[in-house]
Ligand binder design. Structure first.
Ligand code: GLC
Length: 524
């Protein structure tokens, strides 16, 4: 959720900011925020805000002034042209160039037309944004998640894309793509459509400037970039502290082979930053994609897979990011009524395919429910009370509440149930917190090619931990007695998702179907 400004136009659920130094009234006041920050800090909880650099809201005073004439002081704060110079698309809703009658010119927006791109070539823009960053850092916030950094600069030649269709047609084409050839083509088209609008030079210099600002502050302040390109970590100490390992989640299925390959590539690249090794950062879900439970389930073992995937993120080397609601197993909620859709990208798509492509409204709604991010942004399910305890009974919540809160997918019920997913997360988090190897240790792959399980070691100066994640429904007989770091030692279980006795035992043992097994290698 973006901590944003006053007032919050909400075309993009907080990512259209109209004031960088205030809090939107629906979230309270600046004083409320300060109280929240202090109370969090008292409890050793750090607070990281979302900083949206690429664009503002079209209701931001900067844009209102910029669009008012061609010669106002902020005339050059956004990207203005006399006529659309190319066929670029907005990644959310059609053309990337929108007409502003006040200037008789067009402005550029990578996202919605309510989110005009700032002109980062203008030093005044930079100064204004760095001042905003300082405003929050001075207050004591612990850092920023940097939104969509790849979109900040565009191809200066304004090269047109070569895809033979527009965004709505490409989305439709993608939905209908079934054969490997069609799927390959659609991936190619997505890349081709936006390649001139994304990942252009210039961002590194900005990241260096922002990092230098953070480094002026006391205490550990941090930057995490919403991108997967490790290059944004610079030489390891002069750009971002963290970059999300999005390639880990960019798959239909989490499999041992996928994880192994991902870790090899990712950790290999992080090791090789010129000045200092990079620290990894793993997640499997966020507010922009389908929930872990739904996305990586197989409809039969969803609960088991959700537990395995939680354990994966919490045992791999790196900072773990968990999206709220995953800890109780919230699932995607498919909307069935277009009037409930809040994600503008979704409602635009629905109306476009119905009116321009003649898609039947029922089918269009099914497609929209699938593609909109609303499905994974429904209210947090706190209890078994009406509206899942999120809002009082009778209130229409901002998105419909997923009715499965009545089936135990809520915090209150799971607090009371020792075998709930919530308790499982808490237990795992405790194990992680108390283990130097899991928190800071190196990742040592255990070289095997099993399709069924993924195993690895985490090793710190004083602790070695074996993690086994059985992604299969088979009971497996495993033998680690020839593994250098384990042989001649016994294992002491720290965590298991199966019913098992504690105590020490030899490194050849059985793991149950879908078992998560975490053990410490006992030293002599
Ligand atoms: C990021 C956010 C997404 C938002 C977009 C535009 O990708 O995660 O929610 O819509 O940026 O700000």
């Amino acid at each position: 959720m973006a901590f944003s400004a006053l007032p919050l136009p909400n075309w993009d659920c907080g990512y259209d900011i109209s004031d960088y130094c205030d809090v939107a009234p629906e979230y309270g006041t600046l004083d409320d925020f300060k109280t929240f920050l202090n109370e969090a800090h008292k409890r050793y909880i750090r607070v990281v805000l979302d900083l949206v650099l690429n664009h503002t809201s079209d209701e931001h005073a900067w844009f209102i002034e910029s669009k008012s004439s061609r010669d106002n002081p902020k005339a050059d704060w956004y990207v203005w042209v006399d006529t659309p110079p190319n066929n670029w698309q907005s990644c959310f809703d059609g053309e990337a160039w929108t007409y502003a009658p006040e200037r008789n010119q067009y402005y550029y927006h990578y996202f919605m037309k309510q989110q005009p791109d700032l002109n980062w070539h203008n030093p005044e823009v930079k100064k204004a944004m760095w001042d905003a960053a300082r405003f929050w850092l001075d207050m004591g916030v612990d850092g920023f998640r940097l939104d969509a950094i790849g979109t900040i600069f565009e191809d200066p030649q304004l090269t047109p894309h070569t895809v033979p269709m527009n965004l709505a047609e490409l989305r439709r084409f993608s939905e209908l793509a079934k054969t490997p050839k069609e799927i390959k083509l659609k991936d190619k088209y997505w890349f081709e459509m936006f390649k001139h609008q994304y990942g252009k030079p210039g961002v590194h210099d900005l990241m260096k400037e922002l990092r230098a600002i953070l480094d002026e502050y006391e205490g550990d302040r941090m930057l995490v970039g919403e991108d997967d390109d490790i290059a944004y970590m610079g030489n390891g100490k002069d750009e971002l502290h963290l970059i999300f390992n999005f390639p880990l989640m960019r798959t239909e299925r989490i499999t041992p082979a996928h994880i192994r390959k991902n870790q090899k590539e990712r950790l290999g690249a992080l090791e090789n930053l010129p000045a200092e090794k990079g620290w990894p950062c793993n997640t499997l879900g966020n507010h922009d994609c389908s929930r872990i439970h739904t996305r990586y389930g197989d409809k039969i073992h969803d609960a088991e897979l959700a537990r395995l995937n939680a354990a994966l993120v919490l045992t791999l080397k790196g900072t773990a990011f968990l999206y709220n609601g995953e800890e109780i197993g919230m699932t995607d909620h498919m909307l069935s009524d277009i009037s409930h859709v809040k994600d503008t990208m979704g409602s635009w798509y629905y109306h476009t395919i119905v009116t321009e492509m003649g898609v039947h409204p029922e089918e269009a709604m099914l497609r929209t429910a699938e593609m909109t991010r609303d499905k994974n942004r429904t209210p947090m399910q706190w209890s078994n009370n009406p509206n899942a305890g999120f809002s009082p009974s009778g209130v229409n919540t901002w998105l419909p509440v997923n009715p499965n809160y009545k089936d135990g997918i809520n915090v209150h019920d799971q607090e009371k149930n020792p075998s709930s997913l919530l308790q499982y997360y808490k237990h795992l988090l405790r194990v992680r917190k108390n283990s130097s190897a899991l928190k800071y240790g190196e990742y040592l792959p255990l070289l095997n090619t099993s399709k069924e399980y993924f195993s690895f070691l985490r090793q710190s100066d004083n602790q070695t931990i074996l993690v086994v994640l059985n992604y299969s429904e088979k009971v497996l007989e495993l033998d680690f007695s020839r593994t250098k770091e384990i042989k001649d030692s016994k294992l002491r279980i720290l965590f298991t998702s199966a019913e098992r006795r504690g105590g020490s035992f030899a490194p050849n043992f059985k793991v149950g179907a879908f078992e998560v097994f975490i053990a410490e290698v006992e030293r002599e």
